[in-house]
Design a protein around this ligand. Structure first.
Ligand code: IMP
Ligand code: MG
Length: 191
């Protein structure tokens, strides 16, 4: 069982589900949830595009999209950062680009975790150059270093300590993404 490799659960499945609801409510409020009197709160013709960064953010994307009441479209990017498997260098290569033009759209970049923030700041510069109407970030997890480097993250699920975590989309050597919670691995797994 994958669970046997887990040392401790940092964030439970229940806590994640509650946080998704909370973040979706905040996003709906900011992007024009249909008002209770039935009038559309959202400017017609302006699209909210969720841009997910594969593979990890796939889980947050699917859960967040289902919790939102604001109509959205989904786009995915895949990037690889040159560097070791557990830290990133900030040099990014696009493996899969967006399928469509995002100019004039409200773009919400969806991330699983922000660690050094290097991948994120590169992505923000790249997406900004495509002239979206707005560009914001939602991240399920954030590590302390990311707070230090001042990357603008509008919505954060959980601030976690500087430990390597797996689950809810996060991998170690491509494994453990499927765990429904976020946890740490037993030390012997790394050896
Ligand atoms: P950054 O450029 O340092 O912010 O790197 C972010 C990326 O590193 C994430 O999208 C993850 O793929 C990976 N990453 C950072 N911390 C962890 C972790 O604790 N577990 C699994 N992957 C992580
Ligand atoms: Mg990874």
């Amino acid at each position: 069982m994958l669970d046997d490799d887990v040392q401790s659960v940092l964030i439970s499945e229940k806590e994640i589900a509650a946080k998704i609801i909370e973040m979706a409510a905040a996003i709906d409020a900011d992007y024009g949830l249909p008002l209770s009197d039935g009038a559309a709160g959202r400017e017609p013709g302006r699209e909210l595009v969720l841009v997910g960064v594969l593979k990890g953010a796939g889980f947050v994307m699917a859960d967040l999209a289902r919790a939102l009441r604001t109509p959205v479209t989904l786009e995915y990017m895949a990037v690889s950062s040159y560097g070791s498997s557990t830290s990133s260098s900030g040099v990014v290569r696009i493996l899969k680009d967006l399928d469509k033009d995002i100019s004039g759209a409200d773009v919400l970049l969806v991330e699983d975790i922000i660690d050094s923030g290097l991948t994120l700041s590169w992505l923000l510069r790249n997406l900004q150059s495509r002239n979206p109407a707005s560009l914001e970030v939602v991240a399920m997890l954030r590590k302390p270093e990311a707070i230090a480097v001042d990357v603008r993250v509008r919505y954060v699920g959980f601030d976690i300590p500087n430990v390597f975590v797996v689950g809810y989309g996060l991998d170690y050597a491509q494994r453990y993404r499927q765990l429904p919670y976020v946890g740490t691995l037993r030390p012997e797994i790394y050896s």
